[in-house]
Design a protein around this ligand. Sequence first.
Ligand code: NAD
Length: 372
Amino acid sequence: MASNRNLLVLPGDGIGPEVMNEVRKIIAWMGKKRAVGFDITEDLVGGAALDKHGTPITDATTKIALEADAVLFGSVGGPKWDTADFSKKPERGLLRLRKEMDLFANLRPAKVFDALVDASSLKPEIVKGLDIMIIRELTSGVYFGEPRGRHTNAKGEVEAFDTQRYTTPEIRRVCAVAFELARKRKNKVLSAEKANVMYTGVLWREEATKLHKESYSDVQLSHMYADALAMQLLRAPKDFDVIVTDNLFGDILSDEASMLTGSLGLLPSASLGAPDATGRRKALYEPIHGSAPDIAGKGLANPIAQTLSYAMMLRYSFDLGKDADMVELAVENVLKAGYRTGDLLVGNTDGVKKVGTQEMGDAIVKELDRLA
Ligand code: NAD
């Protein structure tokens, strides 16, 4: 029976297909036990697509992604393709999707599970209970601004330059995502820029303030310079709820925040586009880790980041918050019960059960059964 939910699954390379296999088990469980079904198309991306089609993503796959309600992405890349031409690198497949789907808001939650509080490099009392969301503008700013390039200047020196550029609609649309998300969380937004030294920072602060006054005055808004925020994230990360910032600062601050939680193998992300007339947003969900060639094919990868990316998809693309909660609770309980893939074996390992990719996936499904 058609589900009216079109999902494109792109496992990619390295550990991507391995961790996606575990999510497939959860998708099947959700279909059977909670009637949450999808019409799934599966396709190649990255090195796998390059090997078969000579390009890291075909036009046909891109078209399916543009028409899908959501894309669930694994990871791409690996040493096999290191020598590929720049335009054919596996990562270009992901960049093309981000660009053509116009995914301007990158959501990166940083949540610390109680069972893993020791995995953080910060003291447990600083990170225990941490649950923040960083929203990074993803399609503009200094990574895209023109002019950019390098040349030899009049003095004969080589000079390179990039341009940080933001328009008011670009700032407003990503701030709107932050305000809307905050309403479903603790109702607090912190906007970060460098209004003390950058024109784009001044505009960013003005527009965030204006939009807040016009449409979101019920949400608590504050501002901080991005460098001060980098310090505060280490000193008192629990002070924050939703953080919104530009492409460059977001790149750095979201990596910093992810390390508060301990392991790459746990962290999901979502990238969202603008809503269409029906309110549907184009969206892509992926773990923040890469294809981990050092452990690929060995059954060692942690499938939790991919699993939590699927949970984010349930919540943000399909409004299935209760089902997303259930998946997240199952993950939390499995960690509480002591199941650990190799990447999580830090600190005190008394009483933990060392498991591989499939055993971790099976444990999550078993816990879903118990919760149901
Ligand atoms: P990586 O994230 O693949 O791996 C970094 C380290 O973390 C490795 O030691 C790896 O074993 C470990 N790790 C990552 N995910 C894990 C998981 N789920 N479980 C257990 N351990 C895990 O980063 P890298 O090594 O810098 O990059 C490897 C390849 O991935 C490169 O080709 C890179 O370009 C690509 N990459 C792709 C994406 C993406 O697809 N979005 C993102 C980052 C890197």
